[in-house]
Design a protein around this ligand. Sequence first.
Ligand code: AMP
Length: 306
Amino acid sequence: MSLVTVGTVAFDTIETPFGKAERVVGGAATYISLAASYFTKDLNLVSVVGDDFPDAELKYLKKRGVNLEGLEIKEGQKSFFWEGRYHNDMNSRDTITTELNVLADFNPKLPASYREAKYVMLGNLTPDIQMKVIKQMKKRPKLIVLDTMNFWMDIAMPSLKKVLKKVDVLTINDEEARQLSGEYSLVKAAKAIHKMGPRFLVIKKGEHGALLFEGEKMFYAPAMPLAEVFDPTGAGDTFAGGFIGYIAKTNNVSFENMKRAVIYGSAMASFCVEEFSINRLKNLRAAEIKARVKKFHKLVAFDASK
Ligand code: AMP
């Protein structure tokens, strides 16, 4: 089923205890699209880059089936740039720099072929831009998922609250859920966030997994325990890409199917962190994804009849 994704396509400089990668390819929409490309081939990207963005990377996205008709390339301007440094635990990081560049005055225009998509993934970027994408859809999509972060809560909370009223699923991390709701307990936070609009909520907890809420219903997926986490950048976006990709593939928005989508998202994220940037997501095989999902099942399955 058709999927429209909006988000940043960017350069990142990443420092982890294992080393530093300078100006590598990143961006929420890049990770989302790549992860989703393992599930559906009707992928349509909305974003903006400067003329500094490598042609080879765009060609690679196209090769993976990502339609780039909605990607604007702005001559003489620079792409979005983000720099982050991870702490030793690899679970927390500091943002050193966020340069909006082309994103500052981006006005997304959805190609006609995008406007009837069944699924919309609003990746992390300005809430106003996320709203503009929703408004250009001809019909109400079957499911709208929104991902955001503390950066936008700090500088654009009123616009974020407006767009939250229009979406079905919100994906954020635990700290952001607390910031958005003002509640420390994640169960209370989920209740408060449901009232803001999203019927479903996914709270990402990094190496501690993810929680899915729909009203009183709850589901927990662990993260795959890994011997080495090389670079957690993009794990949240990759989760979102696997999640929405699986839902678009199965065309089923029930809570039961979302549970599986959370596992597929977690499996994709567990690959993402194994190498710097998007490298691991570039050379995945379907059999590896299947095997990782099986490993998740084994990790949590037990006999409750005794
Ligand atoms: P994640 O690790 O899943 O939170 O995603 C990291 C990616 O998000 C990086 O590749 C960055 O380019 C991108 N990013 C960082 N800050 C922002 C921001 N404020 N808005 C949009 N994308 C961002």
